[in-house]
Design a protein around this ligand. Structure first.
Ligand code: NAD
Length: 298
């Protein structure tokens, strides 16, 4: 199973990063989004990621230029899909949106094309029968700031062809990830099984007015030595994605606290256009958030 051409579907926060990572490792990478403005934002993010990989992991100007040369951008799905070998999907965390996108892709991709989802918490089996090719579908999940947080969690559903699973494990390594193989479905893989409850607990403390944003993060940072707390992490994740996760699981499980947390994010942040780092404001304001100031922990 040769993989040369990669198609990124959904070029928001994570899609942008995954696309650049694939391009930086020599794959011809097409960025597709239904919204032209999302593609424009991805182009700008690619300039920023180009600078970040030089500063953070010592990439050269020539390597960054080569990555840019491997990238193309389009809102034409049919053209984008015609020669791709692997799809990495990063559309919103909603099973119906994802199923719809994969159904569209199945109609226009070649038979051999492998479909992967970067869903944070959905099970591949919730999406698989909507893909038209469940045996070639599985999850390949990345962490935010993928060029440094280089974990690639590969999770199959019961119908995934084992050879496709192994090929995607190999692909994850080929794009510089440390592959984590998960052969039994589990919501959140390893990373989000640990992280999502922490981020949810921070939302719960805020929604009940128990602690301020700063005190939630200060407590976590001082106690664990972590460079940032859960509220700063939520700003990097993007509050629209944090909302989508709480909202989906509140609907699915009837969990009242998750409902309260989703409503809290919507009323206090989403409805005011405060989505986190990407919009310049979330729990903190950017580019100089308070938690990075020297006196924050005193
Ligand atoms: P985002 O909101 O930043 O981007 C989503 C993109 O999908 C937008 O550009 C939007 O225009 C596009 N889109 C929406 N519907 C579409 C459609 N039908 N066809 C094509 N494009 C469409 O979201 P994100 O934070 O990048 O999250 C995307 C996925 O990645 C989610 O499943 C999320 O759970 C997962 N994820 C996010 C993070 C994170 O830290 N943000 C980390 C790992 C995984």
């Amino acid at each position: 199973m040769e993989i040369k051409n990669v198609l990124i579907v959904g070029t928001g926060t994570l899609g942008s990063q995954i696309g650049f990572q694939c391009a930086m490792h020599g794959f011809r990478t097409t960025m597709y989004d239904m919204k032209a403005e999302s593609l424009e934002a991805a182009k700008q993010r690619h300039q920023q990621i180009g600078e970040a990989v030089k500063a953070d992991i010592g990439k050269t100007d020539a390597e960054v230029a080569a990555a840019h040369a491997n990238l193309s951008y389009t809102t034409d799905l049919e053209a984008a899909a015609s020669d791709c070998d692997l799809v990495s999907e990063s559309v919103p965390e909603d099973p119906e949106i994802k199923r719809g996108v994969f159904a569209q892709l199945h109609a226009v991709c070649q038979e051999h094309t492998i479909f992967t989802s970067n869903s944070s918490t959905l099970l591949p089996s919730e999406i698989a029968d909507g893909t038209g090719r469940p045996e070639r579908f599985l999850a390949l999940h990345f962490a935010n700031q993928i060029w440094v947080a280089n974990i690639g969690e590969v999770m199959k559903h019961p119908g995934t062809d084992p050879a496709v699973f192994e090929r995607v494990v190999k692909f994850a390594a080929e794009i510089g990830m440390v592959p984590i193989k998960i052969e039994k479905e589990w919501s959140g893989y390893v990373l989000n099984a640990l992280l999502v409850p922490l981020l949810g607990a921070a939302q719960t403390l805020l929604a009940h007015g128990i602690a301020t944003v700063e005190d939630v993060d200060r407590t976590w940072m001082i106690s664990t030595g972590a460079p940032m707390g859960p509220c700063a992490t939520l700003d990097i994740v993007g509050l629209q994605t944090a909302f989508a996760i709480s909202d989906h699981w509140a609907q699915k499980t009837g969990d009242k606290q998750m409902r309260m947390n989703a409503d809290f994010l919507k009323a206090n942040y989403l409805d005011h256009g405060k989505l986190g780092v990407n919009t310049g404001e979330g729990f903190y304001t950017y580019p100089d958030p308070a938690y990075r100031r020297p006196d924050f922990l005193t």
